[in-house]
Write a protein that binds this ligand. Sequence first.
Ligand SMILES: [Zn+2]
Length: 303
Amino acid sequence: MTNTTSRRLFLSAAAATAGTVLVHPQALAADDSSRQAKFIVISDTHLGHKDQPTAEAQWKQTAAELAKAEGKFVLHLGDVVDGGRESQYPLYRAARETIGKEVHEIPGNHDPQPLFEKHLVRGVDRVVEDDWLRVLLMNNSRTDSHDGFLSGRQLDWLGEQLSAAASDRKLVLLAMHVPAHTNRHPDRGWHIQPQEGQTRLYELVDKHRQQIIALLHGHFHNGIRGWSDRGQAGKAPVHEIVFPSALYNENRKLTEQKAPGYNLSEFRPGYTLIEIRDRTMTLRYKPLGGEVTAEKALELAAT
Ligand SMILES: [Zn+2]
């Protein structure tokens, strides 16, 4: 029996078991081009900052803008309140209700998990699904550290979710407050250390790179800052993006100091409008009360 014959037998067997599942290449192509999404990312609202009403007032203004902004849902990447001030969570929620869109938060190092779960959502490591897009939200922050931490159990959960996304043919965004990417001065220097989950996380990211669009973070308060160096040579990478604070940001002059990656030249408080289409993810920095001034287009490996 020749190789050709056995391959033909194998192919017809595969076709028979495929049943009603679409496996035709043209069906895949159509699927890819229809993968579009618009959503909004905010972070680090820090209600109660310096025990002043400023942060709440700014959050109300942000919420009013988010109500009118284009985007199907909102991701909040942590530090909802400042320093675990419990009285601020109801104030945060009151303004959130005016947005009229789903808002999905993760805790930051300023949000003690018990308070976050009491006032916002139970089960912090969770999945939000929108059509072809699956957002995996994880708590990798601790109130006593600026670094990030992922436990063995969390990484097991992540591995299961990434495998499930592959079999369901969903694409994934992974949201965690603290960046995974190693960074040092002139950056903040805060990230997941190798032994605290970074090594295993990146093993999972590399294994499931076809499924993962980007890792999304807050925590830094220095505008849109990111790296696109995780990937195979000649292929689009898995992006790692740090988002601006809606309360305050600092220009750490990363571009001038030639820090690796990119840092857009906008540092006013604001949020980010995101559009995915044509295998590109475009980030638009929307300063509070101002026009979009800074934009970044990222080529996607996934999709
Ligand atoms: Zn913060």
